[in-house]
Design a protein around this ligand. Structure first.
Ligand code: FES
Length: 147
């Protein structure tokens, strides 16, 4: 499926502060916009794993990736690509110790955000299948983030 055309979602002032967030419904899909380190990110609000409120999770820097941490089961999702990261283990001196961070691939769909003088626009990505598509339209999952 082709990506949808970009749509206006907010005024620039609505997301100009570090850490500011908006949870919106665009074309029936629940999305979160979030400013982190002067970048605007957009992703499906509801967690791919079990429908948790990913959009309200804390932000953590993990292996040089800005990630959002799901409040339900602590999965870490990169803001830029929607990949789920996990930390492997390795043996050291006969003991298992934390190893390298790795990706299991994209699990959460991310969308394109464009900031212009006349506002912030989002282009919903619709290519292929991403696991978060399963929950992206479910109001019962998004209602704790949507006013
Ligand atoms: Fe399980 Fe998000 S619902 S990690």
């Amino acid at each position: 499926m082709e990506d949808a055309p970009a749509v206006w979602v907010a005024n620039a002032a609505d997301l100009d502060e570090e850490g500011s967030r908006l949870h919106l419904q665009v074309k029936d899909r629940y999305i979160t916009l979030l400013r982190h380190k002067n970048f605007l990110y957009c992703f499906d609000s509801v967690c791919f794993h079990a429908g948790g409120p990913l959009g309200v999770g804390d932000i953590e820097e993990v292996a040089n990736h800005a990630c959002i941490k799901c409040p339900w089961h602590n999965y870490l999702i990169t803001l830029e690509t929607g990949e789920k990261l996990y930390q492997g283990v390795q043996m050291k001196d006969g003991k298992m110790v934390p190893g390298k961070w790795q990706s299991v691939g994209q699990k959460q769909r991310t969308h394109v955000v464009v900031e212009r003088a006349d506002g912030i626009f989002v282009q919903l990505k619709q290519d292929g299948k991403v696991e978060s598509d399963e929950y992206a339209f479910k109001r019962e999952c998004a209602q704790m983030m949507i006013a």
